[in-house]
Design a protein around this ligand. Sequence first.
Ligand SMILES: Cc1ncc(COP(=O)(O)O)c(C=O)c1O
Length: 395
Amino acid sequence: MTAVLNQDLTVLSQGLTVPKGFGDTTLVAATPGAIRLLGGIPAPEALPVEDIGRASAELWQDRDAAVAGLQYSQSHGFLALRGWIAAREGVDPRRIVITNGGMHGLSLAVLTVVERDATVAVDDPVFPLFLRALELSTTRTLPVPVVADGFDVEHLAARLAASDRIAAAYTVPDFHNPTQVTLSAQKRRALIELAERYGFYVIVDNPYRELRFAGEDQGVAVFNDSDRSIHVNTFTKTLGPGWRLGWLVLPDHLVDPVIRLRNRVDAHSATVTQTLIERLVTGDPQWFDRIVGAANALYRDRAQILVDELHAQLPGAFSTHAPEGGLFLWPRLTDDTVDPAALYQRAAANGVVYQQGEFFAASPQRESARYLRFAYGDRTPDELREAVRRLALAF
Ligand SMILES: Cc1ncc(COP(=O)(O)O)c(C=O)c1O
């Protein structure tokens, strides 16, 4: 099972092809040389390669630190790194557990709070790999529409009032994948109130949180202050997916269960990796924000270019909203007679590939299929202009 999951992940994160039956038909026949608007991948230019090189060289010159970086360490993760994360999250460092990235955090959350065959409310459309993580415990889901201000809490409240019961609710609150929307502060509070009233956990998946370039932060204190939230995050979108490093903000009572699970699975996250990131983020208190700030300036420009080009080259073909952050644009086809599968085939033949909306549907409804997901983060402005030109040819 684990081998299959890892294979799916590698394949998807590289945006190559997918094993049969995995459910994503959009990646199967990508034309060689196609412009790929496929994955939530950070811009290569945004990754702090030189700083990492320097920190790495310094580490291997410091024999004691290097040796410590090659030994076992504790399951919770490195203390100073947890302290740095805890300060940003506004919680006690004891509640932070370092993970091997976001997917690992999601799997740990599922295995800790979702009993076999329990029902879990999920975003609809949903980040599909969460459904794969959920399969560790269950395939029973209660799809909850994602609307303009995020997960439709009122919809869930109505279902709970009508006596549906869930073990957990899963949502991506900031710059949702795929719909790019953000859960409003008011709905964050309402969701946590529901969780506290009905006794389920909210699995808050927040990998895009740092990537805000417009609009107002809706805050995470409401999650971090609740005994009913598991807040999952990762360095993937900021420092790069290859680190495989992330963290959980857990309620006090879930720290020991997660650590006991960890002791049965992988003991702890890579010590070398933690050593390097800890040195980078704690060595200069402004470093991380500088890196993320520069990346966000790139993403803001790229998002704007993509929206402007769609309006200029395909006027009226899509309804779009300029993203306020994150790595995705989720435009809706305005003409209901356009067949999205045929459009995709023509676009791929013209040399541009993206994700079809139906891949993200958590329920049989057809609405997601009217959308396209464009990932713009790792494409240059010229590539984005050319991608839209090729898409216009497909139309
Ligand atoms: C919503 C969401 N959650 C989790 C992840 C996984 O993060 P990681 O690469 O750190 O495992 C991603 C990555 O694309 C994502 O989009």
